[in-house]
Design a protein around this ligand. Structure first.
Ligand code: R5P
Length: 314
């Protein structure tokens, strides 16, 4: 679908700061919309400017509070659809429900697929997202998905630390591909930790492949939820002789006591992006936040102008 309409960016309440920064990078104001709740708890939306014939981008990560943010996204899409926008792109920097992308035992849902269906049914024509927990989720959508990666931004920061002979660590088998790409970017070697989850949200390290003795370690993951994986991985690495430990992840969720766990850990610094808004306490927990706004702005502009996004993926 070639777009002649004007470009407009709207946002729900999930990450207004990021949406404003993306708009600033595009030299435009964020579209005016009322996004609030009725007294009965239902989401209330009103688009406060004309979107007829426009190419509309709605920025809304589905982070905590996940269900509220998801409903805001769905209802925003419905509102601009009914206001005759020509094309709607759901910009979902962090895609929630992604860890429920397959059944691990009987009688479980595949919530990541259900959410994809909801976004499509609401009226989105495209999705722009970043570092999906499982790349296969892209295929859950029957509309085009542009899937950005934060690896370049995060690795540039780590390269700037000038660590001597670092080792990149994948904290689980599923993350080896991601860690290996990161390793190539910073010119490091690779080690892999095998972990298990005896119960949801609890972590045990089983074994490690690779040598970290006398070297700095950089754990690379897609998300930090409770922080359990990082804290346990950091302990194992220090026990095995790593000199100090850093961590990088695209999505800093910091659920529950995640920040406290990090603050009390021996992690030197944890680097995340702003796909999810970070509280001031994050900095107190030695969390550094790198902005993805310029990258999303460039992707939005290219989508709007029908230009290739391949250069942004490499
Ligand atoms: C797991 O497959 C993910 O890549 C992360 O390692 C995990 O989501 C982190 O969760 P938590 O911080 O709760 O250990």
């Amino acid at each position: 679908m070639h777009m002649e309409g004007r470009l407009q960016v709207f946002s729900g309440n999930a990450n207004l700061a990021l949406a404003k920064e993306i708009s600033a990078c595009l030299n435009m104001n964020l579209g005016r919309a009322l996004v609030t709740t009725f007294k009965n708890g239902e989401t209330r939306i009103k688009i406060e400017e004309n979107v007829r014939g426009s190419d509309v981008f709605i920025v809304q990560p589905t982070c905590i509070p996940v269900n509220e943010n998801l409903m805001e996204l769905l209802i925003l899409i419905d509102a601009v659809k009914r206001a005759s926008a020509a094309r709607i792109t759901a910009v979902i920097p962090y895609y929630g429900y992604a860890k429920q992308e397959k059944k691990t035992t009987g009688r479980e849902p595949i919530s990541a697929k259900l959410v994809a269906n909801l976004i499509r049914t609401a009226g989105a024509h495209r999705v722009l997202t970043m570092d999906l927990h499982a790349p296969a989720i892209e295929g859950f959508f029957d509309i085009p998905v542009d899937h950005l990666q934060a690896g370049q931004l995060l690795s540039e920061y780590v390269r700037g630390l000038n660590l001597k002979d670092p080792v990149v660590i994948s904290p689980d088998a599923g993350g080896v591909g991601r860690a290996n790409e990161f390793r190539e970017r910073i010119g490091a070697s690779l080690a892999i930790i095998a972990k298990q989850r005896p119960r949801p949200d609890t972590v045990e390290m089983i074994e490690m492949v690779g040598d970290v003795a006398g070297r700095p370690a950089v754990i690379v993951d897609d998300m930090i939820s409770t922080g359990g994986t990082l804290v346990e991985a950091a302990k194992s690495l220090l026990q095995r002789g790593a000199t100090h430990v850093y961590a990088c992840a695209t999505h800093g969720i910091f659920a529950g006591d995640g920040l406290t766990a990090l603050r009390n850990s021996q992690m030197v610094e944890t680097i995340v992006t702003d796909t999810i808004p970070q509280s001031p306490e994050a900095a107190d927990s030695r969390v550094r936040t790198i902005s993805v706004a310029p990258l999303f702005a460039e992707a939005i502009l290219r989508i709007h102008k029908d230009l290739s996004l391949s250069a942004l993926f490499s």
